[in-house]
Ligand binder design. Structure first.
Ligand code: PMP
Length: 287
C-alpha cells in the first residue's frame, strides 16, 4: 500500500506516493500528537468539504497543535491532490501531526507541525452489509468521559480503542463493534454514529462524549425535512431489544443498515432504505 503510484500532498509539495515517509522519531507515532479527517469526493465535489477542513483545524487546536493553514488553503490543497491523482470519486484523508524535532519526550512544542493529504478510491466501507445489514459486536471498551480526553476532536489517540474493538469484532465474524460510553449508554461504532427506529420515530445518542459526525448531522436534517421526529437522548443498551431498525452513519460508512448488534436483531426497513437512498442522492447533488 505504500509502494504504489500516485501523489500525496505533504507540507505544500506533491510527493510521489512511495516517497511520502516520516522518521521513526516522529512525535505523533510515540505520543499520538495527530489529528485527521475522512472525506468523500463524489463526481468531483467533496461533500461538506469546508466543514471537514474546519473540523481539522478545530481538532488540531483541541490537542494543542497550531496548524498554519487556513480553511481556504486546505481546500486548495485537497482539490490539487484530487486533480494530481486524476480522481473525481475518492476518499480524502488529510492528516496533521507533530514531527521529529528537539522534543523527544512527551512535550512537543518545539517540533514541527506537518500536514499531508492522501486520496484513494474506496468503495463501500462495510462491503455488502450496505444491502443486507451489518453485523456488529459489542465492544469491551467504553468511550471515555470528556474530562479524560478531548472527545470531540478527530484525534488519533481516540482511535486506539476503536482499532482494538474492531479487531475483536472481526475475529468474531462481525463488521464492526458498537461502543458504550463511560456511563454505560450506547455511544457509537468505531468509526460511525448510530441511529435506531421505533414506532416511526428515530432515536440517536446525544453526542456528549463522542464525535458528532457530519453525516449524523446531515441525516438528522434529512429526517426532519421528511417530517420524521428525531429524539437525541441517552440510550440504555437494553432498549435495543425494542428498536425495530438500526443504521450507522459516517463519511466512509455513508448510511449502512445494521441487521444485528450482539444478540439484538433489526430489520432493514423502509425508513433505513429511504434515508440511505436520500443520502446517496444528496452527496451527488441529486436531492
Ligand atoms: N465517530 C467516529 C469515531 C468516526 O471516526 C467517524 C468518522 N469520521 C464518525 C463518528 C462519523 O463522522 P462523519 O460523519 O463526520 O464522518
Amino acid at each position: 500500500y505504500d509502494d504504489r503510484d500516485g501523489w500525496i500532498w505533504v507540507d505544500g509539495t506533491m510527493v510521489p506516493w512511495r516517497d511520502a515517509k516520516v522518521h521513526v522519531l516522529t512525535h505523533a507515532m510515540h505520543y499520538a500528537s495527530s489529528v485527521f479527517e475522512g472525506e468523500r469526493c463524489y463526481d468531483g465535489t467533496i461533500f461538506k468539504s469546508r466543514a471537514h477542513s474546519q473540523r481539522l483545524i478545530a481538532s488540531a487546536a483541541a490537542i494543542d497543535i497550531p496548524l498554519q493553514y487556513s480553511v481556504d488553503q486546505i481546500e486548495a490543497a485537497k482539490t490539487a491532490t484530487l486533480e494530481k491523482n486524476g480522481l473525481t470519486d475518492a476518499y480524502v484523508r488529510p492528516v496533521v501531526w507533530r514531527g521529529s524535532g528537539p522534543d523527544m519526550g512527551v512535550a512537543s512544542a518545539r517540533n514541527p507541525v506537518h500536514m499531508a493529504i492522501a486520496v484513494w478510491e474506496w468503495g463501500a466501507y462495510y462491503g455488502d452489509a450496505k444491502f443486507k445489514g451489518a453485523k456488529l459486536d459489542i465492544s469491551a471498551w467504553k468511550r471515555p468521559s470528556p474530562e479524560t480526553i478531548p472527545c470531540h476532536a478527530k484525534a488519533s489517540g481516540l482511535y486506539m480503542i476503536c482499532t482494538m474493538s474492531k479487531h475483536a469484532a472481526e475475529a468474531k465474524g462481525c463488521s464492526d463493534a458498537l461502543m458504550f460510553d463511560y456511563r454505560g449508554y450506547v455511544a457509537e461504532a468505531t468509526g460511525a454514529n448510530v441511529f435506531f427506529v421505533k414506532d416511526g420515530k428515530v432515536h440517536t445518542p446525544t453526542p456528549d462524549c463522542f464525535l458528532n459526525g457530519l453525516t449524523r448531522q446531515t441525516v438528522i436534517g434529512m429526517l426532519k425535512d421528511r417530517g420524521v421526529e428525531v429524539i437525541e437522548r441517552h440510550i440504555m443498551p437494553d432498549e435495543m431489544e425494542s428498536f425495530e431498525q438500526c443504521w450507522l452513519t459516517g463519511t466512509a460508512a455513508e448510511v449502512t443498515p445494521v441487521g444485528q448488534i450482539g444478540d439484538y436483531n433489526f430489520e432493514v426497513g423502509a425508513l433505513t432504505r429511504t434515508i440511505a437512498e436520500d443520502y446517496e442522492k444528496l452527496v451527488r447533488g441529486k436531492l
